[in-house]
Design a protein around this ligand. Sequence first.
Ligand code: DHB
Ligand code: MG
Length: 218
Amino acid sequence: MPDNQTFEAVDQFIDGLFASEDAALRRLRQRAAAEGLPHIEVSAGQGKLLYLLAKLIGARRILEIGTLGGYSGIWLGRALPPEGELVTLELSEAYAAFARASFNEAGLGGQTVILTGPALQNLPSLIGPFDLVFLDANKDDYPAYFAEAARLLRPGGLLLADNVVRKGAVLDPPADDPMANGAAQFLAALAAHPEFESIVLQQVGIKGHDGLALARRR
Ligand code: DHB
Ligand code: MG
């Protein structure tokens, strides 16, 4: 069984071939390190996967819950046609300001709307349809985000959710791990939802052991 060092080396090899970062993404990383942002953004390869999935479904309106510094938002935004729009929700005013600069530097300023504050306060006022919804904020609130995503996605739309495996903690979530409990409850609700056909992609690599849920709204 390969160890995590091997998984990381292969991840870096894959990203080197298929997910190289341009100047805007590299600069975002430098600013994030300098300003002390949590280093929990998607990897370059995960960003490329988001980009490809958005392009494959021809996404024109994308909703992201959990902007952080705008790293995944740039990958998603780059999949949009010129008239497309990314709406992204961020709790922290400081991260939102950082992400605003990231989107501007990436040339996506005019296609990006950042809504600041608790996502569960901002979501009810959003009007669909969205072609793609990406969950990557508070894992505890994934079940509630899912209810809003189901309302906002168009038929045939794509729901993606990061961090649904949590190093296997989702199998039997400890009482003191709200993230794993949120992920487990979300997966149970997703599996039981008659309007979604879904799967989870288990992932290993530079972000450790985790997983991405993919679901198509019927
Ligand atoms: C962590 C990773 C993530 O991708 C995220 O969105 C939040 C937290 C983590 O590993 O702690
Ligand atoms: Mg994540």
